[in-house]
Design a protein around this ligand. Structure first.
Ligand code: GAL
Length: 857
């Protein structure tokens, strides 16, 4: 036992990631590599969800409390389909690694796919095939072999050696199938069928096995799927109670006794090889085919609490649960968790560990821009790092369960997560969205989601819905009551909300919810009415802003107020489909960031904060140009689709990280056609005062002009070529500055990379930024030169982008038009590669090429 403890300690002390901890008795391996794939736009197999449904529904039985779905007696469909046979020759199919999104390579303009869904070919039927090797031990009768799917879009059905094993229709669900029964020694043929309808989403959903796949091998007696629940009901700096519930499952043919014990380790704590607490061993007998809960708690002295930076630190712990019999370890199951308390205060907002934390959050969809929905750890980490740099401390996983790994990152980085389940309930928003599944699957989907995510300290509340239809209706209130009680039964430790844009305080819906989450209507003044009606509920802006802009494009005249409709004169160029980056435009609902800040301030301290729509631009929903001939991706992001911050980024940074010495001025200063014309200069900064000069002539030193003003503005500045300088002051001293210079002709490419060293695992990414510059190195802000990426050495160009919502060049293209001076190349190493990867970028015309070297190791 000592050896195990020591091994576990070493791993815990050295790694932040629970995936690297040794787990005797349990083997979990990635099934991501080496798949064969084919997509069909005409049904190649005559199957449909309806014909498969009777065999899929019993999968939900583990997650429903009422009548179970019967196992059909008829023989299962699909056995005669060539793709499920080992004899089928798939040589002509595409070779792919997972996570895989079949639609992201385009082209744009897919028939039948709306602008709202990103104009990419998500629809159709996709078949995936892989050979699985099983050992004699795997099929000896003592093992359970599970397929764990983090997410497959959508209507998945799985065959092993020609036998339908099961599946799960909802594309955002994580699910498990037991392969044991059909597994045989040697080669096994695993085949997965997916099907996506058109009109199944309001945004780009992605298509394919777009999240990780795992093979789990355990003894038939094991900790069940998501079989632990760790909570910290009492937390102080002196001590914390850690409560651990373990669900032990016996899939063997006979009753067995097993010893269950759990040790708690501090992750990354180099203080000693000992567990910080141990839950006493309990012996339990589990009948064949049954489950037993074992539950106990322990005190952790002097706990290192989990909380969001900068005021707190996200310390993590690991619960290592061991099932054993005598000296033999049967299973080891790890649960990473945090020790922290949450208080939902109606009068003071959100408190973490009794300290008020104002929610500075963003909503985000699940795509990763040019990589699509295919989950990538580094891409997600980069997004979170950019948001963190801005000062964000919270995320809303709009409007569906995220990839599990995103929550691991959030735990490690200390983000507060509003974990959201659904965009609709029984009434849909598009013809083929979740409302089709809701009646039969909502309970299973919701319970599975909560069980999967409830041990993450980052999850601070659950959202059961977003702007569901008919918020005034009695039916919706009944649905909310049912959904919320499902959540409470799976997790009594957190509160529940649903994001409401249309409900009023008098409707039944808000009365049913723990937290009042308002979309936009808070800014219309409705926080007060809800607060008055529900004085015992916490309130926040579950969705705010929806400001729209395209990075680096500015239009005139600039609106003198805080907020303006995108269609107003000076807000946008409808023909070009760009919206002004003065960051004042809204789509007809929502507001500029400034106007949201006004509403938030007005209701402090009781409004707990906001979740901005959105942190990043996303594929689809290119409001206001979602129609025919429109754009491909959204304008809502604070950061564009390529990950380049729009000007708004610094407006949020000024408010959310006021201590950061930062001055950001806009617009760019290359306006040959505007000489002598009014060209307002706006400055985003946490400074007390800012002075602006144009070619050395002061335009005045200004304070923010009063309460409710979040930007410094010089609306009367007349343009002259040269330079504009803004200097910020605090306590009368210079605190930061920004300069924009008039650029000459494009002459060179300035190429840089976010990380010079990446893992040579074929998954890690280097993001290469290309700036078109003049001969003095000044960025040329209005260029649309095409740049061409090439990669030498053991690497590969994955995709390119520029953050331009109107650009219909497919993402894998090596050639990309720069947008407002910038382009992006995403590069990875070949699998197993080591060495130098040289990325060269060439421009058209007389532009000098640029180059950057990335080392794979
Ligand atoms: C909200 C909705 C979001 C998105 C947004 C665009 O009403 O919840 O999903 O559509 O509008 O402004």
């Amino acid at each position: 036992m000592f050896a195990l403890t020591y091994l576990v300690f070493l791993a815990v002390a050295n790694a932040a990631n629970a995936a690297t901890i040794p787990t005797p008795g349990r083997v979990r391996t990635s099934l991501n590599d080496n798949w064969k794939f084919s997509r069909f736009t005409n049904n190649p197999d005559s199957l449909s969800y309806n014909s498969l449904k009777p065999w899929l529904l019993p999968q939900a039985n583990l997650f429903i409390t009422g009548t179970k779905y019967p196992n059909p007696s008829a023989s299962s469909p699909g056995a005669n389909i060539p793709y499920v046979q080992s004899s089928f020759n798939d040589d002509t199919w595409q070779q792919v690694d997972l996570p895989h999104d079949w639609a992201i390579t385009g082209p744009f303009g897919a028939p039948g796919i709306s602008g709202g869904m990103g104009r990419l070919p998500t629809n159709g039927i996709g078949w995936y095939r892989k050979t699985l090797l099983a050992t004699a031990d795997d099929i000896s009768g003592t093992k359970s072999i599970f397929l764990d799917v983090d997410g497959a879009m959508s209507y998945a059905a799985v065959w092993l050696n020609g036998n339908l094993v099961g599946g799960w229709p909802w594309g955002y669900a994580s699910w498990r199938l037991d392969l044991t029964r059909y597994l045989r020694e040697g080669n096994n043929t695993l085949a997965i069928r997916l099907e996506n309808a058109v009109d199944n989403s309001r945004w780009y959903p992605g298509a394919g096995i777009y999240r990780n796949l795992w093979l789990v091998k355990v003894d038939r007696m094991h900790v069940a799927q998501w079989g632990t629940q760790v909570t910290t009901p009492d937390v102080s700096e002196k001590e914390a109670t850690v409560k651990v519930v373990v669900q032990v499952e016996n899939l063997g043919g006979a009753a067995r006794e097993v010893d269950v014990s759990t040790r708690i380790y501090a992750v990354g704590d180099g203080s000693g090889a000992e567990a910080v607490a141990t839950i006493k061993t309990v012996t339990t007998a589990v009948a064949a085919g049954e489950k037993r809960f074992v539950n106990d708690s322990v005190t952790v002295p002097n706990p290192r609490l989990w909380g969001p930076p900068p005021s707190q630190t996200p310390h993590l712990y690991l619960a290592v649960t061991t099932l054993s019999s005598g000296s033999a370890v049967i299973d080891t199951y790890t649960t990473r968790f945090g020790i922290r308390s949450i208080t939902y205060s109606p009068s003071n907002g959100l408190l973490i560990n009794s300290q008020r934390v104002y929610v500075q959050g963003t909503c985000n969809h699940h795509d990763q821009g040019a990589l699509g929905a295919a989950y990538n750890h580094r891409a997600t980490q980069r997004q979170l790092q950019i948001l963190r740099d801005m000062g964000a401390n919270a995320l809303r996983t709009s409007h569906n369960p995220p990839a599990p790994d995103l929550l691991d990152l959030a735990d490690e980085m200390g983000f507060l997560v509003l974990d959201e389940a659904f965009d609709c309930w029984s009434a849909g928003k598009t013809a083929n969205d979740y409302h089709l599944l809701y009646p039969e699957w909502h309970e299973a989907d919701l319970r599975a989601f909560i069980r999967r995510d409830r041990n993450h300290p980052s999850v601070i509340a659950w959202s059961i819905g977003n702007e569901v239809q008919n918020q005034e209706s009695a039916l919706v209130a009944r649905e909310a009551i049912e959904l919320q009680s499902i959540v409470h039964s799976e997790d009594p430790s957190r509160q529940v909300t649903s994001a409401m844009n249309a409900a009023t305080p008098d409707h039944a819906l808000p009365a049913t919810l723990d937290i009042i989450g308002l979309n936009y209507q808070g800014e219309y003044g409705n926080y007060a009415a809800f607060h008055q009606k529900f004085p015992d509920k916490m309130i926040w802006g579950s969705e705010t802003a929806s400001c729209i802009s395209s990075r680096g494009t500015y239009f005139f005249p600039v609106h003198s107020g805080n907020n303006n409709r995108y269609s107003a004169v000076g807000s946008s160029d409808a023909a070009a489909r760009y919206i002004s980056a003065y960051e004042l435009a809204d789509p007809g609902w929502g507001d500029s960031p400034d106007a949201v800040f006004v509403a938030q301030e007005r209701f402090q301290p009781w409004v707990a904060g906001e979740f901005v729509w959105t942190g990043f631009d996303y594929l689809g929903e290119p409001t206001p140009w979602g129609g025919q001939g429109g754009s491909r991706s959204s304008y809502f992001g604070i950061v564009d689709l390529a990950g380049f911050p729009k000007d708004r980024f610094w407006l949020y940074q000024a408010r959310w990280r006021p201590e950061k010495a930062m001055v950001h001025l806009l617009p760019h200063w290359t306006w040959p056609e505007r000489v002598g014309d009014v060209t307002p200069v706006h400055v985003f900064s946490g400074a007390e005062e800012v002075e602006v000069w144009v070619n050395g002539v002061s335009q005045g030193r200004r304070k923010k002009s009063g309460k409710g003003v979040y930007r410094f503005r010089w609306d009367e500045v007349k343009y002259q070529a040269g330079e504009v300088v803004a200097v910020g002051y605090k306590d009368g001293k210079e605190w930061g500055r920004d300069v924009k210079k008039t650029a000459g002709k494009a002459a060179a490419l300035a190429v840089s990379v976010d990380r010079a060293v990446i893992d040579g695992d074929g998954r890690d990414l280097a993001y290469v930024r290309v700036e078109v510059v003049d001969d003095k190195g000044t960025m040329v802000p209005r260029t649309n030169n095409t740049v061409e990426f090439s990669v030498a050495g053991p690497g590969k160009l994955v995709a390119t982008d520029n953050g331009d919502p109107t650009d219909m060049t497919a993402f894998p293209s090596a050639s990309r038009r720069a947008f407002s001076g910038l382009a992006l190349g995403i590069v990875k190493a070949e699998k197993g590669a080591k060495g130098k990867i040289t990325v060269t970028v060439r421009g058209d015309g007389l532009i000098r090429e640029g180059e950057v070297v990335v080392t794979a190791q």
